[in-house]
Design a protein around this ligand. Structure first.
Ligand SMILES: Nc1ncnc2c1ncn2[C@@H]1O[C@H](COP(=O)(O)OP(=O)(O)O)[C@@H](O)[C@H]1O
Ligand SMILES: [Mg+2]
Length: 301
Protein backbone atom coordinates (compact mmCIF):
# COMPACT_ATOMS: atom_id res chain seq x y z
CA UNK A 1 0.00 0.00 0.00
CA UNK A 2 1.11 3.54 -0.65
CA UNK A 3 0.18 6.58 1.33
CA UNK A 4 0.31 10.13 0.12
CA UNK A 5 2.81 12.46 1.70
CA UNK A 6 1.79 15.88 2.84
CA UNK A 7 2.18 18.30 0.03
CA UNK A 8 4.62 21.04 0.85
CA UNK A 9 3.05 24.16 2.21
CA UNK A 10 1.81 25.15 -1.21
CA UNK A 11 -0.94 27.68 -1.39
CA UNK A 12 -2.57 25.88 -4.30
CA UNK A 13 -3.02 22.61 -2.46
CA UNK A 14 -4.64 24.03 0.64
CA UNK A 15 -8.23 23.09 1.32
CA UNK A 16 -9.49 26.66 1.23
CA UNK A 17 -7.86 27.41 -2.09
CA UNK A 18 -9.09 24.17 -3.56
CA UNK A 19 -12.64 24.74 -2.44
CA UNK A 20 -12.67 28.21 -3.97
CA UNK A 21 -10.90 27.82 -7.29
CA UNK A 22 -9.75 24.22 -7.60
CA UNK A 23 -12.63 22.97 -9.75
CA UNK A 24 -12.24 25.99 -12.06
CA UNK A 25 -8.58 25.16 -12.60
CA UNK A 26 -9.34 21.53 -13.32
CA UNK A 27 -12.16 22.41 -15.68
CA UNK A 28 -9.93 24.92 -17.48
CA UNK A 29 -7.33 22.17 -17.85
CA UNK A 30 -9.92 19.77 -19.29
CA UNK A 31 -11.69 22.37 -21.42
CA UNK A 32 -10.58 20.98 -24.80
CA UNK A 33 -12.01 17.54 -24.17
CA UNK A 34 -15.25 16.66 -25.95
CA UNK A 35 -16.43 14.31 -23.21
CA UNK A 36 -14.89 13.59 -19.84
CA UNK A 37 -16.45 10.47 -18.33
CA UNK A 38 -15.92 8.80 -14.98
CA UNK A 39 -15.91 5.01 -14.92
CA UNK A 40 -17.00 4.27 -11.38
CA UNK A 41 -18.23 1.56 -9.07
CA UNK A 42 -19.34 1.39 -5.49
CA UNK A 43 -17.36 -1.81 -4.98
CA UNK A 44 -13.87 -2.88 -6.06
CA UNK A 45 -12.89 -5.71 -8.37
CA UNK A 46 -15.99 -5.42 -10.55
CA UNK A 47 -14.04 -4.69 -13.74
CA UNK A 48 -13.85 -0.88 -14.03
CA UNK A 49 -10.23 -0.80 -15.12
CA UNK A 50 -10.38 -3.64 -17.63
CA UNK A 51 -13.54 -2.17 -19.14
CA UNK A 52 -11.98 1.31 -19.27
CA UNK A 53 -8.88 -0.05 -21.01
CA UNK A 54 -10.86 -1.99 -23.62
CA UNK A 55 -13.59 0.59 -24.21
CA UNK A 56 -10.90 3.29 -24.47
CA UNK A 57 -9.06 1.07 -26.94
CA UNK A 58 -12.26 0.52 -28.93
CA UNK A 59 -12.92 4.28 -29.13
CA UNK A 60 -9.30 4.89 -30.19
CA UNK A 61 -9.59 2.23 -32.89
CA UNK A 62 -12.67 4.06 -34.17
CA UNK A 63 -10.41 7.03 -34.76
CA UNK A 64 -11.25 9.00 -31.63
CA UNK A 65 -8.59 10.83 -29.66
CA UNK A 66 -8.77 9.21 -26.24
CA UNK A 67 -6.97 9.55 -22.91
CA UNK A 68 -7.35 7.30 -19.93
CA UNK A 69 -6.70 8.90 -16.55
CA UNK A 70 -5.99 6.24 -13.94
CA UNK A 71 -7.36 7.92 -10.85
CA UNK A 72 -6.89 4.87 -8.63
CA UNK A 73 -3.73 6.16 -6.99
CA UNK A 74 -3.34 3.36 -4.47
CA UNK A 75 -3.78 0.56 -6.94
CA UNK A 76 -3.21 1.80 -10.49
CA UNK A 77 -3.72 -0.90 -13.10
CA UNK A 78 -4.14 0.73 -16.52
CA UNK A 79 -0.43 0.83 -17.39
CA UNK A 80 -0.11 -2.91 -16.71
CA UNK A 81 -3.32 -3.78 -18.53
CA UNK A 82 -2.14 -1.87 -21.61
CA UNK A 83 1.30 -3.47 -21.48
CA UNK A 84 3.06 -0.12 -21.25
CA UNK A 85 6.61 0.20 -20.04
CA UNK A 86 7.95 3.16 -18.11
CA UNK A 87 7.49 6.14 -20.40
CA UNK A 88 10.42 7.63 -22.19
CA UNK A 89 11.46 10.90 -20.57
CA UNK A 90 8.37 12.41 -19.02
CA UNK A 91 9.12 16.12 -18.71
CA UNK A 92 7.60 17.03 -15.41
CA UNK A 93 8.67 20.55 -14.74
CA UNK A 94 5.52 22.31 -15.87
CA UNK A 95 3.02 19.49 -16.03
CA UNK A 96 2.38 15.80 -16.52
CA UNK A 97 2.71 14.63 -20.12
CA UNK A 98 0.52 11.65 -20.99
CA UNK A 99 2.38 8.50 -21.98
CA UNK A 100 1.66 6.84 -25.31
CA UNK A 101 -0.29 3.58 -25.13
CA UNK A 102 -1.51 1.19 -27.82
CA UNK A 103 -3.80 2.40 -30.62
CA UNK A 104 -2.89 6.02 -29.90
CA UNK A 105 -4.28 5.98 -26.36
CA UNK A 106 -2.78 8.55 -24.02
CA UNK A 107 -2.43 7.61 -20.39
CA UNK A 108 -1.99 9.51 -17.15
CA UNK A 109 -1.26 7.32 -14.15
CA UNK A 110 0.52 7.58 -10.84
CA UNK A 111 2.36 4.44 -12.03
CA UNK A 112 4.23 6.62 -14.48
CA UNK A 113 5.37 9.08 -11.87
CA UNK A 114 6.77 6.82 -9.21
CA UNK A 115 10.38 6.94 -10.37
CA UNK A 116 10.51 10.65 -11.11
CA UNK A 117 12.20 13.03 -8.70
CA UNK A 118 10.65 15.19 -7.47
CA UNK A 119 7.26 13.65 -8.24
CA UNK A 120 4.58 16.22 -9.12
CA UNK A 121 2.06 13.92 -7.46
CA UNK A 122 3.77 13.02 -4.25
CA UNK A 123 3.44 9.75 -2.45
CA UNK A 124 5.69 7.77 -0.17
CA UNK A 125 6.10 4.12 0.74
CA UNK A 126 5.00 3.25 4.29
CA UNK A 127 8.48 2.01 5.23
CA UNK A 128 9.90 5.46 4.53
CA UNK A 129 7.37 7.37 6.50
CA UNK A 130 5.00 6.36 9.30
CA UNK A 131 1.31 6.07 8.54
CA UNK A 132 -0.50 9.29 9.39
CA UNK A 133 -1.93 9.27 12.86
CA UNK A 134 -3.58 12.67 12.93
CA UNK A 135 -7.33 12.36 12.52
CA UNK A 136 -7.27 16.02 11.44
CA UNK A 137 -5.73 15.10 8.08
CA UNK A 138 -6.84 11.61 7.17
CA UNK A 139 -5.28 9.73 4.25
CA UNK A 140 -8.35 10.31 2.12
CA UNK A 141 -7.68 14.04 2.16
CA UNK A 142 -4.14 13.47 1.00
CA UNK A 143 -5.36 11.24 -1.77
CA UNK A 144 -7.77 13.88 -3.00
CA UNK A 145 -4.93 16.43 -2.82
CA UNK A 146 -2.88 14.13 -5.03
CA UNK A 147 -5.81 13.67 -7.43
CA UNK A 148 -6.28 17.42 -7.53
CA UNK A 149 -2.62 17.89 -8.45
CA UNK A 150 -2.82 15.22 -11.10
CA UNK A 151 -5.93 16.68 -12.70
CA UNK A 152 -4.62 20.23 -12.74
CA UNK A 153 -1.19 19.25 -14.08
CA UNK A 154 -2.13 16.59 -16.63
CA UNK A 155 -1.50 17.94 -20.12
CA UNK A 156 -4.30 16.23 -21.96
CA UNK A 157 -4.88 18.89 -24.61
CA UNK A 158 -7.59 18.49 -27.25
CA UNK A 159 -9.33 15.11 -27.09
CA UNK A 160 -12.61 13.48 -28.02
CA UNK A 161 -12.75 11.48 -24.79
CA UNK A 162 -11.06 11.35 -21.40
CA UNK A 163 -12.03 8.23 -19.46
CA UNK A 164 -11.28 8.58 -15.76
CA UNK A 165 -10.86 5.16 -14.14
CA UNK A 166 -11.76 5.69 -10.49
CA UNK A 167 -10.83 3.86 -7.33
CA UNK A 168 -13.84 1.99 -5.94
CA UNK A 169 -16.23 3.61 -3.53
CA UNK A 170 -18.63 6.48 -3.24
CA UNK A 171 -16.13 8.78 -1.53
CA UNK A 172 -13.79 8.89 -4.52
CA UNK A 173 -16.70 9.17 -6.92
CA UNK A 174 -18.02 12.13 -4.98
CA UNK A 175 -14.61 13.85 -4.68
CA UNK A 176 -13.57 13.44 -8.32
CA UNK A 177 -17.03 14.21 -9.71
CA UNK A 178 -17.05 17.50 -7.83
CA UNK A 179 -13.54 18.37 -9.00
CA UNK A 180 -14.03 17.45 -12.65
CA UNK A 181 -17.75 18.05 -13.23
CA UNK A 182 -17.66 15.33 -15.92
CA UNK A 183 -20.11 15.00 -18.79
CA UNK A 184 -21.25 11.73 -17.34
CA UNK A 185 -20.62 8.72 -15.15
CA UNK A 186 -20.72 5.09 -16.22
CA UNK A 187 -21.27 2.73 -13.30
CA UNK A 188 -19.97 -0.84 -13.33
CA UNK A 189 -21.52 -3.51 -11.10
CA UNK A 190 -22.11 -7.20 -10.58
CA UNK A 191 -25.65 -8.34 -10.13
CA UNK A 192 -25.06 -9.55 -6.55
CA UNK A 193 -27.43 -7.94 -4.05
CA UNK A 194 -24.64 -6.12 -2.21
CA UNK A 195 -23.11 -4.69 -5.38
CA UNK A 196 -26.51 -3.61 -6.69
CA UNK A 197 -27.44 -1.92 -3.39
CA UNK A 198 -24.15 -0.02 -3.30
CA UNK A 199 -24.56 0.96 -6.96
CA UNK A 200 -28.02 2.39 -6.28
CA UNK A 201 -26.56 4.47 -3.48
CA UNK A 202 -23.74 5.73 -5.74
CA UNK A 203 -26.25 6.75 -8.42
CA UNK A 204 -28.23 8.71 -5.82
CA UNK A 205 -25.05 10.53 -4.75
CA UNK A 206 -24.19 11.39 -8.37
CA UNK A 207 -27.68 12.73 -8.92
CA UNK A 208 -27.53 14.80 -5.75
CA UNK A 209 -24.50 16.64 -7.14
CA UNK A 210 -26.18 16.83 -10.55
CA UNK A 211 -23.78 14.74 -12.59
CA UNK A 212 -25.59 12.68 -15.24
CA UNK A 213 -25.24 8.92 -14.95
CA UNK A 214 -25.17 7.60 -18.53
CA UNK A 215 -25.97 4.03 -17.57
CA UNK A 216 -24.89 0.82 -15.87
CA UNK A 217 -22.59 -1.93 -17.12
CA UNK A 218 -23.25 -5.37 -15.70
CA UNK A 219 -20.02 -7.33 -15.52
CA UNK A 220 -19.54 -11.04 -14.89
CA UNK A 221 -23.06 -11.72 -16.09
CA UNK A 222 -22.64 -15.44 -16.66
CA UNK A 223 -19.61 -17.64 -17.21
CA UNK A 224 -18.30 -18.20 -20.71
CA UNK A 225 -15.97 -21.21 -20.69
CA UNK A 226 -14.46 -23.21 -23.52
CA UNK A 227 -16.14 -26.46 -22.57
CA UNK A 228 -19.59 -24.97 -22.02
CA UNK A 229 -22.00 -24.87 -24.90
CA UNK A 230 -23.75 -21.83 -23.45
CA UNK A 231 -23.11 -19.00 -21.02
CA UNK A 232 -23.93 -20.25 -17.51
CA UNK A 233 -25.07 -18.05 -14.61
CA UNK A 234 -22.33 -16.82 -12.30
CA UNK A 235 -24.28 -14.57 -9.93
CA UNK A 236 -27.94 -14.16 -9.08
CA UNK A 237 -29.38 -12.67 -12.25
CA UNK A 238 -31.84 -9.89 -12.88
CA UNK A 239 -31.34 -7.63 -9.90
CA UNK A 240 -29.11 -5.09 -11.68
CA UNK A 241 -31.51 -4.86 -14.60
CA UNK A 242 -34.33 -4.27 -12.07
CA UNK A 243 -32.35 -1.55 -10.31
CA UNK A 244 -31.53 0.08 -13.66
CA UNK A 245 -35.18 0.17 -14.56
CA UNK A 246 -36.13 1.61 -11.13
CA UNK A 247 -33.46 4.28 -11.58
CA UNK A 248 -34.57 4.87 -15.19
CA UNK A 249 -31.09 4.10 -16.47
CA UNK A 250 -30.08 2.02 -19.46
CA UNK A 251 -27.95 -1.10 -19.08
CA UNK A 252 -25.15 -0.15 -21.48
CA UNK A 253 -23.80 -3.68 -21.68
CA UNK A 254 -23.79 -7.12 -20.02
CA UNK A 255 -20.38 -8.76 -20.06
CA UNK A 256 -19.89 -12.46 -19.39
CA UNK A 257 -16.98 -13.71 -17.31
CA UNK A 258 -14.31 -14.98 -19.69
CA UNK A 259 -10.99 -16.15 -18.21
CA UNK A 260 -9.22 -15.02 -21.40
CA UNK A 261 -10.03 -11.40 -20.52
CA UNK A 262 -8.11 -11.56 -17.23
CA UNK A 263 -5.34 -13.53 -18.88
CA UNK A 264 -4.96 -11.05 -21.76
CA UNK A 265 -4.94 -8.13 -19.34
CA UNK A 266 -2.24 -9.80 -17.22
CA UNK A 267 -0.15 -10.04 -20.40
CA UNK A 268 -0.80 -6.36 -21.07
CA UNK A 269 -2.84 -7.05 -24.20
CA UNK A 270 -6.18 -5.55 -25.18
CA UNK A 271 -8.84 -8.24 -25.37
CA UNK A 272 -10.78 -6.40 -28.07
CA UNK A 273 -7.67 -6.64 -30.25
CA UNK A 274 -6.54 -10.20 -29.46
CA UNK A 275 -9.97 -11.81 -29.47
CA UNK A 276 -11.73 -9.40 -31.79
CA UNK A 277 -14.18 -12.05 -33.03
CA UNK A 278 -15.29 -13.20 -29.56
CA UNK A 279 -18.76 -12.28 -28.25
CA UNK A 280 -17.17 -10.48 -25.29
CA UNK A 281 -15.00 -8.28 -27.54
CA UNK A 282 -18.07 -7.43 -29.61
CA UNK A 283 -19.96 -6.40 -26.48
CA UNK A 284 -17.03 -4.19 -25.37
CA UNK A 285 -16.96 -2.49 -28.79
CA UNK A 286 -20.73 -2.04 -28.65
CA UNK A 287 -20.38 -0.41 -25.24
CA UNK A 288 -17.96 2.09 -26.81
CA UNK A 289 -20.43 3.00 -29.54
CA UNK A 290 -23.30 3.22 -27.05
CA UNK A 291 -21.27 5.56 -24.85
CA UNK A 292 -20.58 7.78 -27.87
CA UNK A 293 -24.30 7.95 -28.51
CA UNK A 294 -25.21 8.68 -24.88
CA UNK A 295 -22.74 11.47 -24.24
CA UNK A 296 -24.67 14.70 -23.97
CA UNK A 297 -23.73 17.26 -26.59
CA UNK A 298 -23.17 20.04 -24.13
CA UNK A 299 -21.08 20.14 -21.04
CA UNK A 300 -23.25 20.34 -17.96
CA UNK A 301 -22.79 23.55 -16.03
N1 LIG B 1 -15.74 -10.29 -17.39
C1 LIG B 1 -14.56 -10.67 -16.89
N2 LIG B 1 -14.04 -11.89 -17.22
C2 LIG B 1 -12.85 -12.28 -16.72
N3 LIG B 1 -12.09 -11.54 -15.90
C3 LIG B 1 -12.55 -10.33 -15.55
C4 LIG B 1 -13.80 -9.82 -16.03
N4 LIG B 1 -13.98 -8.57 -15.53
C5 LIG B 1 -12.90 -8.31 -14.77
N5 LIG B 1 -12.04 -9.35 -14.79
C6 LIG B 1 -10.76 -9.46 -14.08
O1 LIG B 1 -11.00 -9.19 -12.71
C7 LIG B 1 -9.91 -8.45 -12.15
C8 LIG B 1 -10.45 -7.15 -11.54
O2 LIG B 1 -10.85 -6.30 -12.59
P1 LIG B 1 -10.52 -4.75 -12.54
O3 LIG B 1 -10.86 -4.19 -13.87
O4 LIG B 1 -9.14 -4.52 -12.04
O5 LIG B 1 -11.58 -4.28 -11.43
P2 LIG B 1 -11.75 -2.85 -10.72
O6 LIG B 1 -11.01 -1.84 -11.55
O7 LIG B 1 -13.24 -2.60 -10.70
O8 LIG B 1 -11.21 -3.00 -9.34
C9 LIG B 1 -8.92 -8.22 -13.28
O9 LIG B 1 -7.93 -9.21 -13.23
C10 LIG B 1 -9.77 -8.40 -14.53
O10 LIG B 1 -9.01 -8.82 -15.63
MG1 LIG C 1 -9.44 -0.58 -11.01
Amino acid sequence: MRIFSEFAERADSGDTFRAESGPDRIRANLADIGATLLIASAKGGVGKSIITANVGGALARRGRKVAIVDADLNSPSIIGMLGMKQPRGLPLVEGIEPAAGPHGLRVISSDLLASVEPPPVAFVEPENEPLPTSPARPTATKESDALFQMLTQARLGALDFALVDLAPGIEDLYAVARMVRPHGIVMVSHSSAQSVKATQQAVRVARRIEIPVLGLIENMAGFNCDGCRSVRPLMPEGSLAGAASDLELPVIGRLPFDPRLAEASDRGRLFIHEFADSPLAKILVEIATTIERLVPAQRRA
